[in-house]
Design a protein around this ligand. Structure first.
Ligand code: MN3
Length: 287
């Protein structure tokens, strides 16, 4: 596909994760500014896992240029959040995930979450991070909660998803520390695969299956409905920092797999970017 600046060697571009942490530009005093100003220190402390995955590339973040030709139009720059390009061409995950699914999933579905998230956050303080909003989603008034929960969750979940996948054979191996944790907390790699597959299959309707680091710094497998993220306190059954996830919305697999979710889940497990997941684990376990 044209439009990708990166060569096909899959050197990871720096993910522009600043959008997951930085607040919108100052437009007004906005919603409950005082609460979030008071929370700035916690915000910095909480900004963890995802930024560390993106920070692996030397030189830090890529310029915050709009996504160009990533298999779908970038959303209009009507807010602080932008749709990052996929970290690989849309056909790179074939035959496990087809290019058409990737183009629609990223260029249409993820783009829509970004667009709607910009609308939902546009009058907030510039010091409000999306991560902070999502962590405290239960404290928002009902008229804002749903839009932030669905679109903010949709943005962080998909940003993670693209980056914890890699073309077959290029994702490397889990770190020694992560292997040890998988063995001690989950019973080993086979058990991990069985457990996350079971969660993915057991999630009724749309949602996600997750590998998380719990507040006790243990690995756990969980699932969430819709676009809920495990970072959403007061909302999800099991809070934690997600380090890997499987999108089990039908839009993630229906074109190629139709109703065969199990085959899709099996395929995703072939594509784990263990280098990134290991980096996320290190950040969350230290966090
Ligand atoms: Mn999706």
């Amino acid at each position: 596909m044209g439009g990708y600046a990166e060569p096909m060697n899959y050197t990871r571009p720096a993910m522009d994760t600043s959008t997951l942490h930085d607040g919108p530009p100052d437009r007004s005093n906005g919603f409950d500014r005082r609460r979030f100003l008071l929370s700035t220190a916690a915000l910095v402390a909480a900004s963890g896992a995802i930024s560390q995955a993106g920070g692996q590339a030397p030189g830090g973040q890529a310029p915050a240029a709009p996504a160009t030709g990533s298999g779908g139009a970038a959303p209009a720059a009507d807010g602080p959040f932008t749709l990052d390009p996929l970290p690989y061409p849309p056909e790179a995950l074939e035959p496990f995930i087809d290019a058409e699914t990737m183009k629609i999933h990223h260029g249409k579905h993820h783009a829509a979450y970004v667009k709607n998230l910009n609308a939902a956050m546009k009058d907030m303080s510039p010091l409000v991070s999306l991560r902070m909003v999502l962590k405290r989603i239960d404290q928002f008034p009902a008229d804002r909660r749903t839009a932030l929960r669905n679109n903010g969750g949709g943005h962080v979940n998909h940003t993670l998803f693209w980056n914890v996948l890699a073309p077959k054979g290029s994702g490397g191996e889990p770190s020694k520390e992560l292997v040890t944790a998988i063995e001690s907390d989950l019973g080993g790699m086979t058990k991990f695969q069985e457990a996350i597959s079971a969660k993915a299959m057991g999630q009724f309707g749309s949602g996600w299956a997750w590998l998380i680091v719990t507040p006790e710094r243990k690995l756990a497998i969980t699932s969430t409905p819709n676009q809920d993220s495990p970072i959403m306190q007061g909302v999800v059954e099991q809070v934690g920092t997600p380090i890997f996830g499987i999108d089990v919305w039908e839009h993630a697999y229906y074109l190629k797999y139709q109703n065969k979710r199990a085959d899709y889940v099996k395929a995703v497990l072939e594509l784990i970017n263990w280098k990134t997941v290991s980096g996320l684990y290190a950040g969350a376990a230290a966090g």
